[in-house]
Design a protein around this ligand. Structure first.
Ligand code: NAD
Length: 413
């Protein structure tokens, strides 16, 4: 019999006991699993399923961000060295950021199949539009009372390999939420009505993560007196490489997401949704392109800009449930979804600037490997008391690798 059958019905203690036998875990390993840090097992069980523990990641803050004239420190959860340092350094080198964010407009999609008269049905749905909006909005009085809810309906026909389908798009203002649950509920609430009107079958009813009406934009200037003309030329060359080449561009956009994901995780966001929409937007009605752009102003300073869809919230999802996410929003002093989106756009731009600067001038590895040295030392088996020493020697020798770390460990022992 499968030992994990009905695992979800077991208590936490039963799950751990089963796992201990199955994976032959020691008492120390069990203690590590059961260690509650900032998230209790009870809360974790409210957020996800089959819980066996919680998982910690490094939490740091990016400093020196001035956005629309306000100072920010931005919490970042990331396991990769140098991302937080790079964001902070790029912000410090800049003259601050100007940012803006659209209203929180998301799209819900309802698919209707098996419709006999597509044209007539589309016109019937249009006729009933007001009723449909009212019906959906009756499902979320809280959101509607805040000025949100379904605002409009757009209908189109698509031709698929399985025939013609009608797609009903709900245009929803989700205010300070990320909005997926809200939008999905609106979509689901119209199933019966749409089947009655169309005579067809409603299949998929789900949010679209491609939130092109929910863009965040940011812009920054890096003065030529501060970063040097040669650096500006190098960054522009690297940017134009990304514009022309999808292999480079993928990594260019990954560098943007380094910062955005880190702030997203720290503040309890759905980072998979953010990733999906960012990369989809990078190829929206164009070939896959950089989410940032760079050019020189008349004085020869470097201007960097970012435009990215960001579905983020300061309510809903895990934001208020994970106490650390709530705390991170407090540390950042961010109180609205728009402000969070603007901050994320700025971090993304900062990380991208830093990456372009490093990889096109001194090389990305120099600073990165210095910060990565401790990690390499741990990988090579350095005990806690030796980590700093081993890393220091490797940095001094400019030879940061596991093989050298192993040698140093045995020398020090
Ligand atoms: P939610 O349902 O937890 O919270 C949103 C609700 O909070 C609103 O509907 C409203 O009733 C209430 N609310 C209170 N104050 C509000 C305010 N100021 N502004 C807006 N709403 C306010 O969460 P959600 O944001 O609708 O959905 C986010 C969750 O959905 C995330 O956990 C995400 O992972 C998950 N999810 C994502 C997808 C996807 O991205 N494809 C699909 C399904 C679920």
């Amino acid at each position: 019999m499968d030992p994990f059958s009905k695992f979800y019905e077991k208590t936490y203690e039963e799950r751990i006991k089963l796992l201990k036998d199955y994976a032959k875990l020691s008492d120390d390993e069990i203690a590590l699993l059961a260690k509650e840090t900032n998230l209790s097992i009870k809360t974790a069980e409210c957020l996800s399923e089959n819980i066996i523990g919680t998982f910690s990641m490094p939490l740091g803050i990016a400093t020196h961000f001035v956005i629309n004239g306000k100072n920010y420190i931005l919490p970042m959860v990331i396991e990769e060295p140098s991302v937080v340092a790079a964001a902070s350094n790029a912000a410090k080198l800049s003259e601050g950021f100007l940012a803006s964010a659209d209203d929180s407009i998301m799209f819900g999609q309802i698919q209707i199949v098996g419709v006999k008269d597509i044209k007539k049905t589309i016109s019937e749905i249009k006729k009933n539009q007001k009723n449909l909006i009212n019906k959906a909005n009756s499902k979320d009085s809280v959101l509607v009372s805040l000025g949100g809810g379904v605002k409009d309906v757009k209908i189109r026909k698509i031709s698929t390999d399985r025939g013609e389908h009608i797609i009903v798009n709900l245009i929803v203002d989700v205010k300070d939420a990320m909005g997926a649950n809200a939008v999905n509920s609106f979509c689901e609430s119209l199933k019966e009505d749409l089947e009655k009107i169309s005579g067809g079958k409603v299949r998929a009813r789900i949010i679209s993560n491609l939130c092109v009406a929910r863009l965040a934009k940011a812009k920054a200037v890096w003065l030529k007196e501060k970063i040097g003309e040669e650096t500006i030329e190098a960054i522009l060359d690297a940017y134009h490489f990304a514009k022309k080449d999808q292999f480079r561009c993928t990594t260019h956009n990954k560098g943007i997401m380094n910062g955005i994901d880190a702030l997203a995780i720290a503040t309890g966001q759905d980072f998979r949704a953010i990733e999906a929409s960012a990369h989809s937007y990078a190829a929206f009605k164009r070939k896959y392109s950089p989410l940032t752009k760079y050019y020189k102003d008349n004085a020869g300073n470097l201007i960097g800009e970012i435009e990215i869809p960001l579905a983020v919230g300061v309510v809903g999802g895990a934001v208020r449930t994970n106490p650390l996410a709530k705390l991170c929003l407090k540390i950042a002093n961010i109180s609205s979804a728009k402000e969070l989106a603007m901050s994320m756009a700025c971090v993304g731009l900062a990380n991208n600037f830093a990456a372009l600067k490093a990889l096109s001038t001194e090389g990305i590895q120099k600073g990165h490997m210095r910060l990565h040295a401790k990690n390499i030392a741990i990988t090579a088996g350095a005990s806690e008391d030796l980590v700093d020493k081993v890393a220091e020697i490797m940095v001094k020798e400019n030879n940061i690798c596991v093989a050298r770390a192993k040698e140093i460990i045995s020398e020090l022992k």
